[in-house]
Structure formats: structure tokens, C-alpha cells
Design a protein. Sequence first.
Length: 309
Amino acid sequence: MYGLFFYYYHITRRTSLIYYSLAWLVLGIHYLLGDEFVSLLSLLVFSSLLWMGNLEIIVENLIPLRYEHELKYFSLFPILLYLYVFPKLGLKTFILAGLMIVCVSVLLLIYGNTTLKKIGAVQALFGLFTLIYLWHSIIFYLQFITALALAYLSIKTILDITLVEKVSLATNISNESFDIKPGVFISEKIPEIFIESGLVFSRNNSRREGWFWITKLNAPNAIYPTNLPKMLDIIVKYMKNAKEEGRHPIIVIDNLEYLIMENEFETVLRFLSVLRDYAVLHSATVFLGIDLDTLDTKKQHLLKRLVGE
């Protein structure tokens, strides 16, 4: 399990995955070693790493989180708990370990999207079984089954937001001679030459390489309108591939108003802010297709200021 998380960390460099990888490695120690003291310590370390992983995955999913940096210090609490409480309570510390895991799950239950809330619910269930771990021997098996369910749901979620290792580029037109500046630009009508030669996200469907259909349907090259993290992964991978092939990375996000309608405006701004930074880093050009009249004056101003207009 931890190997899969580490593999996907190697592909995407998502910080949450390295924390989850280490968390599942430590949880394996909990089940494989019979020593109850080591088992308890592994559960507390597991809750610390799970806390960090949950924090990071919330941020990576472009969900606003207040006191993001301050909350990271809470991850030290389970270890301090073990050092100062265990000598007095002994194995009853399992109750506190269970409570810690339940507290960790609250992050996803409060701030997460629908998928992350499901993971948070299973994490909470795992914590509850840990809390009553010493009451009956059957609880161990229920806890183990819950851990398997959590593993399956976590990996499925990672697969949903993780890109294949290479993004195909459009090959019908070369863009080497384009004289365009890197950055993010707003345009109600994007020139066809850029649509034909770049990476495109659009409400219109096309079967050409490098074209993704923004839709709620399950179809080839389809991407769900609220899955902005996956869209960002695809774009970043495309930028790297284009640079390796000596091409100028061109990205077209058409019908931006549809993404704003399906997501909160602040979430889309956060997505575009990260995208702008990657565009500068990789000398890429991003075109945003949108009719600004669909937005109120305040949102128009925020969007223009974000792209530097």
C-alpha cells in the first residue's frame, strides 16, 4: 500500500502522497508486530502522518484553509501524548490514540469535497474501532477490515486525480515559430491556430490528441468540471513534455464561465493563480476563453488583476 502511494508521489510530486505513504508503512508495523507498546506508538505516528497528509490534500485540491501552517504543528501532539501519557495510562492510551485518529478525520469531514468527506468518514470509523480496541478481540478484525476499505478508497481517489505519465501533444501544427509571450491571457475569442496546436480544455468535444472535454459524462478524454486538481496535473505534465520536445507550451481553457459556475469563484481563482505560476516557470502561454460580461464588476476586476491586465 505504501509503495503505491510512494509511486504516485514520484509521478506527481504531491506532498500529501509522501505523508500517506509513510502513514501506511507505519500502520503496517501496527499489524505485523505483536508488541503492544510498539503497536500503540505506530498508531500515534500514523495519526500524525495522516494529519499532515489530510492537510496537504485539502490544499492540493484548491480548497481554502485558514491557519494552514499553524495547523501543521498539531501533528506533533500524538508523539508528545505517547511520551507523557503512556507511562501513566499504559494500554489505555489506545483510547486516546483512537480519539486522535477521529480528530484527524474531522479535517476532511469539514473542509473536504464529496470524495474527501468519504475518506474522512472511513478514517473516523477506523479511529472509533481503535478507541474500543481493548474491549473485545473481534474489534481488531473490524479495525483491519476498515483499514482495507480506507486503503481502497484512498488509492481510488488518487487514481482519479493522478495523470498518466505522458500527455499527448497535438501534432498537426508546429508552434515553434509562434511569437507569443508567456503568461495568462483573457480572450472572448481565441484564435483557431492556438486551439489547433495547444492543449485544450473545452465544453466542445474533439477526438484529437491534446483535447479534453469538460463534462459530467463518463467518456474518453473527459474531465469532470470540478476536478481542477487533475486538470492542473495534466497541464503541468504537458508543459514539461512540450519543453522537452522543444515546443512552446500553449494551453487553452475555453468556456471558463462554466468552470466558475460548477466551482466556487474563489476556487477557480486559486486554480488560476497556481496555473499562472507554472506558466511563468515553464515559459508557457495560457489562454482563458470567457465572456467577461457573464461576471459582475468585482469578479471581472479580480480575474483581470490575477492575470496582470
